[in-house]
Design a protein around this ligand. Structure first.
Ligand code: 13P
Length: 247
């Protein structure tokens, strides 16, 4: 089943108010590709201003806390993100799994908190280079997905396969490796959610650029992309959206 593609940008800790013009340019440029869903996951501090600047365009967060509210200094709840104008959030990015020591069970709780509030979720999984080199990439990522998938929720959920060694390095797995991983993740989603697992989009992330996007989008079960560096400028990002529209 061919799913409508989602191309989401992850600005990570980049962007100031002076960059809202790029958000506007991306939102306006994306209108030329109505068959593709496009979103930008921004630093929390920019979400409200971006959402006001581009009404109707999907602005997302990069993380969410699992609790509804409470004494969690520095954290942001799903309701706060919605209130600021976000419609989705990333959870479980490897930069948080590694840098903030987030566990699968915490990521699962974050995904459940976001989905139950009505926020879409992009749940990230991916293996390290050491795991890839020992030939255990598929079983490792399958186990990571099984342990971080929200219970009982498929609507609003997307999964992003992001090999850690491909993030920000210019390295991309071969199309056969992407195909093998995405087929394995599709099977795990169907095992978890039954037929509803067929409609969960599986994005690829890691050094996606205009020059490799068409080839990546041609792989079975690649239902979009999560883009870091190449999402910061409309001139880099819109050709990736165009490649999704043409795929
Ligand atoms: P790059 O596209 O910069 O490799 O980043 C990928 C990523 O981590 C998106 O979440």
């Amino acid at each position: 089943m061919a799913l409508r593609k989602l191309v989401a940008g992850n600005w990570k800790m980049h962007g100031l108010s002076s960059d809202l013009g790029e958000v506007r340019a991306i939102a306006e440029g994306s209108r030329r590709y109505p068959t593709v869903d496009v979103a930008l996951c921004l630093p929390a501090i920019l979400i409200e201003r971006a959402a006001r600047a581009v009404p109707g365009f999907a602005i997302g967060a990069q993380d969410v806390h699992e609790a509804e509210q409470g004494a969690y200094t520095g954290c942001t709840s799903a309701r706060q993100l919605l209130d600021a104008g976000a419609s989705l959030t990333i959870v479980g990015h490897s930069e948080r799994r590694e840098g903030q020591y987030e566990s699968n069970s915490q990521i699962k709780a974050k995904a459940e908190a976001a989905l139950s509030c009505g926020l879409g979720v992009i749940l990230c999984v991916g293996e390290s280079l050491a795991v890839r080199e020992t030939g255990r990439a598929v079983s490792t990522v399958e186990a990571q997905l099984d342990a971080s998938l929200p219970d009982g929720f498929a609507e609003g959920l997307s999964v992003a396969y992001e090999p850690i060694w491909a993030i920000g390095t210019g390295k991309v797995p071969g199309v056969d490796d992407i195909a093998e991983m995405h087929a394995a993740l599709r099977a795990r989603l169907e095992a978890a959610y039954g037929d509803a697992g067929q409609s969960v989009r599986i994005l690829y992330g890691g050094s996606v650029k205009a020059s490799n996007a068409a080839e990546i989008f041609s792989v079975a079960h690649v239902d979009g992309a999560l883009v870091g560096g190449a999402s910061l400028k409309a001139s880099d990002f819109l050709p990736i959206v165009a490649a999704a529209a043409a795929s």
